[in-house]
Design a protein around this ligand. Structure first.
Ligand SMILES: Cc1cc2nc3c(=O)[nH]c(=O)nc-3n(C[C@H](O)[C@H](O)[C@H](O)COP(=O)(O)OP(=O)(O)OC[C@H]3O[C@@H](n4cnc5c(N)ncnc54)[C@H](O)[C@@H]3O)c2cc1C
Length: 406
């Protein structure tokens, strides 16, 4: 059933609340699959600085499918090794966790800031993205959902994707719980240009002093450096820069221009259900709106992109070809998204939690945790639609949905 536009409502198949990486990628995939979409974002324009910094192997494959990877590759920096330095001396270098990755074409991180990704996705969507539109009201009906923004824009859609970030108003509207742990850790993050006599090469470097690794240096596009710094006591840019200098001693470091400084407090939470009405509704969460965790391991943006991929094909199947689905199949197909992605989110939270707690241990242990989990298969959920058969399997090869035509 199509929803009808009225004199004051725009009508689309899927309305997306939130134009971060998750909402934009979901919008782009749905648009490519022939679903009418609109993306509503509260901020005035696409992100300009900071936040996520790396595309993992799987995200690069998803972007390849969406035909946008070729635009990003020349802009980013490939990175597949990490080193540890302790008390001013080189200790170890490893790349086993990348070269041993299975089922991937790109065995490296592509270091590239979130603003570049958002800008590209937004430009691909063109006038389907509306900035300065904060969603303030949502009304879910049996056959449609109405949303209203702060500017008075009204959109009626068959489904809504809530990709409005960690403080999601959509999630609050759904009334699902968002519980978890908060390990009382605040990190400083800097995007900065430095002048140094440290032997620079494009790899992730973890610095250790007295068997604690509290500074990580991530190489970035344009010669930019991303630093993560864990401090005791007050967290300020000045103290973070002092800590970086101390960890890189005996090498000289001058901070030339800091483009972005921020802090983030680690929280580990997963929404109790990703779909409204206990799994039977029309509002579906994705990305940070559905799960948050430490940024260690670089999984925030990447997990949101995988959510968008897992959701878009299912929503397109439901919106585009409802007659080919048995009456209850649409609900089951969407429910399989909740089962698949909620399980993955919990796995990501667990890995990021282990990484963030390893930080105050030796760098070798930290890298060991990355290595152990980089090849684990919890991210490898599989699903496909073929010849009218809708079958999804989880990583244990158990069928989580098997919906065949009558
Ligand atoms: C300070 C900070 C630093 C970070 N650093 C890193 C990092 O170093 N590495 C890393 O991997 N990840 C990092 N992250 C996490 C990463 O940025 C997120 O995981 C990623 O952005 C998730 O994408 P998303 O699209 O799900 O949500 P978001 O990017 O949060 O996008 C949500 C969007 O929804 C919009 N929105 C919110 N409410 C409404 C509303 N009511 N109506 C309409 N629009 C709305 C917002 O404007 C925003 O554009 C950081 C996050 C923060 C906040």
């Amino acid at each position: 059933m199509a929803v009808e536009a009225t004199h004051d409502h725009q009508a689309v198949g899927v309305a997306i609340v939130g134009g971060g990486p998750t909402g934009l990628f979901a919008g782009l995939l749905l648009h490519r699959l022939g679903v009418s979409v609109c993306v509503l974002d509260a901020k005035p324009r696409s992100l300009e600085l900071g936040r996520a910094d790396a595309l993992n192997a799987r995200t690069q494959q998803y972007f390849e499918v969406a035909k946008i990877l070729e635009d990003l590759l020349p802009l980013g920096l490939k990175c597949s090794t990490s080193s540890t330095f302790g008390n001013g001396e080189f200790k170890s270098r490893q790349n086993k966790w990348w070269v041993s990755l299975e089922h991937t074409l790109h065995k490296n991180f592509l270091m590239l800031g979130q603003p570049v990704i958002e800008k590209l996705l937004s430009s691909e969507l063109g006038d389907l993205v509306h900035y300065g539109e904060q969603v303030v009201s949502i009304y879910e009906h049996d056959e449609s959902v109405d949303i209203i923004t702060s500017s008075g824009r009204r959109v009626r859609s068959r489904y809504v994707v809530g990709a409005d970030g960690a403080r999601s108003a959509v999630r609050k509207h759904m009334g699902v719980t968002f519980t978890g742990t908060k390990p009382e850790m605040v990190w400083a993050v800097l995007d900065t240009f430095i002048d140094t006599d440290f032997p620079v090469c494009p790899e992730i470097i973890t610095f250790e002093i007295d068997s604690q690794s509290r500074v990580s240096w991530i190489p970035r596009e344009r010669g930019l450096s991303r630093f993560y710094v864990l401090l005791d006591g007050e967290v300020t840019q000045e103290r973070a820069q002092e800590s970086i200098k101390r960890h890189m001693t005996p090498h000289r470091v001058e901070f030339q221009r800091t483009e972005w400084y921020s802090t983030f407090e680690v929280k580990e939470r997963v929404a109790s259900c990703f779909i409204s009405k206990d799994g039977s509704g029309r509002i579906i969460l994705a990305g940070d709106a559905a799960h948050v965790h430490s940024v260690n391991g670089g999984q925030g943006l990447n997990t949101g992109i995988a959510d968008a991929f897992g959701l878009a094909w299912r929503l397109a199947a439901v919106v585009n070809v409802p007659s080919s689905l048995r009456a209850d199949a649409a609900g089951k197909l969407l429910l399989s998204y909740d089962i698949e992605r909620r399980g993955t989110a919990q796995g990501v939270v667990d890995v990021a939690a282990a990484l963030v707690r390893d930080t105050v241990h030796e760098a070798k242990q930290y890298v060991g945790t990355i290595e152990k989990n980089a090849v684990s298969d919890h991210l490898y959920d599989r699903a496909h639609i073929a010849g009218g058969y809708h079958i999804a399997k989880n990583n244990k090869n158990n069928t989580i949905i098997d919906q065949r035509p009558n």
